[in-house]
Design a protein around this ligand. Structure first.
Ligand code: PGA
Length: 257
């Protein structure tokens, strides 16, 4: 049984004022949407504590965008999973393509971060996805398979069962160029089949989100695909109106399986 999840990734955007606006809009729809879908917000670190206060009692989840692989240590500027849990997080994004690119995060490091999140009882949202050149070369399946395999080898089927996956084709992120529902479904089904090689029950339960220019006007047709279990939303999650509309679109999705 896979409950639809719509998670907002604010990246390095936002403010306390925007938190109040977006969470206000989410609270207006969450009562309805949360009957069928789960909603989460992943703001930058300094906004986690005020977000936790504003989200209290709403049923809307809180997530972070990154964590360090170590439990603690002399790592100036870094944040641990325990700190995120204490701040009220349920989720943490790992392996976002912007971090793979900007911070040279390798498949192995992403897998370590996912393991660190699980150790702290956080649900990692593990991002995979090919870039434009890789797709042009027909390598999209090989790329996401390699990225998933690194996490699978580190966590095993039991660990994977506690993760959410997000397929985010790099060429669709922030570009307004969404993957077609068929293109996304093809990769989602492929990822689920790879999970199924490890464990069929786990594969049937893991939620696979789509990310990459999800908007209010394309969410519904993406959610209609059988292996798309929700969305990781960047730009549109910075507008209370647009993010709430995507959450409402998820109502139509109900439960998978
Ligand atoms: P976008 O970002 O919705 O702005 O394309 C998605 C993401 O990077 O998670």
């Amino acid at each position: 049984m896979r409950r639809t999840l719509v998670a907002g990734n604010w990246k390095m955007f936002g403010s306390r004022a925007l938190l109040a606006e977006v969470i206000g809009a989410l609270r207006d729809v969450a009562g309805e949407a949360s009957k069928v879908a789960e909603v989460a917000l992943c703001p930058p670190f300094p906004l986690l504590a005020p977000a936790a206060e504003l989200l209290a009692g709403s049923g809307i989840g809180l997530g972070a965008q990154n964590l360090h692989a170590a439990a603690q240590g002399a790592h100036t500027g870094e944040v641990s999973g325990a700190m995120l849990r204490e701040a009220g997080c349920r989720y943490v994004i790992v392996g976002h393509s912007e971090r793979r690119r900007d911070c040279a995060e390798s498949d192995a490091l992403v897998a370590e971060k996912a393991a660190a999140a699980l150790r702290e009882g956080l649900c990692p949202i593990v991002c995979v996805g090919e870039d434009a050149g890789e797709r042009a070369a027909g390598r999209q399946f090989a790329v996401v398979e390699r990225q998933l395999a690194a996490v699978g080898e580190r966590l095993g089927a039991e660990g994977l069962a506690a993760c959410v996956l997000a397929y985010e084709p790099v060429w669709a992120i922030g570009t307004g160029r969404t993957a077609t529902p068929a293109q996304a479904q093809e990769i989602h089904a492929f990822l689920r089949a790879r999970l199924g090689e490890r464990d069929a029950t786990m594969a049937a339960g893991v939620r696979i989100l789509y990310g990459g220019s999800v908007k209010a006007d394309n969410a519904r047709e993406l959610f209609a695909q059988p292996d798309i279990d929700g969305a990781l939303v960047g730009g549109a999650s910075l507008s209370g109106h647009d993010f709430a509309a995507i959450c409402t679109a998820a109502e139509g999705k109900r439960w998978n399986n």
